[in-house]
Design a protein around this ligand. Structure first.
Ligand SMILES: C[S@@+](CC[C@H](N)C(=O)[O-])C[C@H]1O[C@@H](n2cnc3c(N)ncnc32)[C@H](O)[C@@H]1O
Length: 422
């Protein structure tokens, strides 16, 4: 039985995979997870959040509402998720026997006016993928966890609809779970018994700051092929970090009590201190060397939350940065509900002059491969890999700031091209 045995299909190449294969069908696995439910989550104790939706209605967000309106910033979050998964599925499935998408706060799977939620988007991204046939050697496990009973019921029916509409191939499994995320994560960890989690993309998208303990995230995603895309409730942290009334929750959220040393309310350095502390904890405490944040600005022009993407792979970082530039073509890593819907006549042309300047001064006199330059840009600058060749190096070559000893055609940089910075 699950609480004492290994989690189905999670450990890489472990006996668990066999037990998963034997079980085979979703209903059994779901029952399995249902039985592992321990205790219940007291979301009733939360202070309700009233929001004015884009359709002009007031809504209590954290109550018993089963569905709610899709806000523009949520749509932006979904765009990031889908763009990333579209690239992540084929990359990881090339090398791995099994990969996991864990949606720890999956929601009801659908929004008020029928737009798909994150579970449906993730599943459909794979099922409609142009390379789906080439990924048939890899097993994909989707775990959708939602604690709230009515939202969970909605999630179940959304998943059933997808399964009916789009016939799941045998290598794609879906597990639904109605658990408090922390309990689910502890159960998963316990069942691994020291083995690594299979390569996992964990999407942790709670409403607030509770139930996303940093230490648990660190332990669960310790394997180097695991990645995290997590919501950070900046607005609450900004308001309450030095209030003293929710310290217990914030200590779990941050994995430290350093938030208590934030500059006082009203001090312009307070927000950056807290954002930077959370980012540092993801890097140092959780062991993710590459962390990229994306800011969500609300209708009042204030930062509501940040999304943090965390990975140990330069390729992963590169793909997510490309997605973030698509959602915010200004390169500010920011989306604003306030500006959403404004007509933009021209997409801003990427200004690479700061990058040209930086490369010229950092690498003056050195000869580097194109791959090393791309990696430098992805890891150390706000720019993306796609900005490097035509928009940056070709410009620099035209001005004779660079040359190449092995280039066949001027202003082109195929793999292996060496670039000499003059
Ligand atoms: C922001 S919504 C998720 C939206 C969804 N990820 C999407 O993009 O469509 C957060 C969800 O987490 C659920 N939730 C809140 N606390 C939870 C917990 N501790 N464990 C699991 N689910 C929880 C809420 O009921 C809510 O449906």
């Amino acid at each position: 039985m699950y609480p004492t045995g290994p989690a189905p299909g999670l450990a890489q190449n472990s006996p668990a995979s066999k037990s998963w294969d034997r079980m085979g069908c979703r209903e059994e696995v779901h029952l399995h997870y249902g039985l592992s439910l321990r205790g219940s989550l007291g979301i009733g104790s939360r202070i309700p959040t009233y929001i004015k939706t884009s359709l002009g209605r007031w809504q209590i967000l954290v109550s018993n509402t089963t569905l709610w309106d899709l806000e523009p910033h949520t749509k932006a979050k979904h765009d990031l998720l889908v763009r990333y998964l579209n690239a992540w599925f084929p990359v990881l499935s090339r090398y791995r026997g099994r990969i996991v998408f864990l949606d720890g706060f999956a929601g009801p799977g659908v929004y008020n006016t029928g737009e798909p939620g994150s579970p449906r988007l993730a599943l459909e991204t794979l099922l409609n993928h142009s390379h789906l046939m080439n990924m048939s050697h890899c097993e994909f496990l989707f775990i959708f966890n939602e604690h709230h009973p009515k939202r969970f019921a909605s999630l179940e029916s959304v998943v059933a609809d997808v399964e009916n509409d789009l016939q799941l191939p045998n290598n794609i499994k879906v597990v639904t779970s109605q658990n408090n995320f922390s309990i689910l994560a502890e159960d998963l960890l316990g069942s691994l018994r020291g083995k690594n989690l299979a390569p996992t993309f964990a999407f942790l998208d709670p409403f607030g700051y509770k139930d996303v303990p940093m230490a648990l995230i660190r332990d669960l995603l310790a394997f180097d092929k695991c990645e995290l895309f997590i919501y950070f409730d900046f607005n609450s942290v900004l308001r309450f970090s030095t209030a003293g009334n929710v310290d217990e929750h914030f200590e779990q959220l941050f994995g430290t009590d350093e938030f208590k040393h934030a500059p006082p309310s009203g001090d312009p350095r307070r927000g950056e201190f807290l954002r930077e502390l959370y980012e540092r904890q993801l890097t140092d405490f959780c062991g993710f060397p590459y962390v990229q944040s994306f800011q969500m600005v609300n209708r009042r022009g204030k930062t509501g939350n940040y999304l943090f993407f965390c990975t140990r792979s330069v390729k992963g970082l590169s793909v997510m940065k490309e997605a973030m530039w698509k959602v915010d073509p200004s390169g500010g890593y920011k989306f604003s509900d306030l500006l959403h819907g404004q007509t933009v006549l021209f997409e801003p042309e990427v200004d690479t002059s700061p990058l040209q300047h930086e490369l010229a001064s950092v690498f003056r006199g050195q000869c580097l491969s194109i791959e090393d330059i791309e990696e430098y840009v992805v890891v150390y600058t706000p720019y993306c890999k796609s900005h490097v060749k035509r928009k940056t190096l070709a410009e620099m070559q035209r001005r004779n700031q660079i040359s190449s000893p092995n280039q066949r055609t001027r202003n082109t940089y195929p793999p292996g091209t060496l670039v000499q910075f003059n």
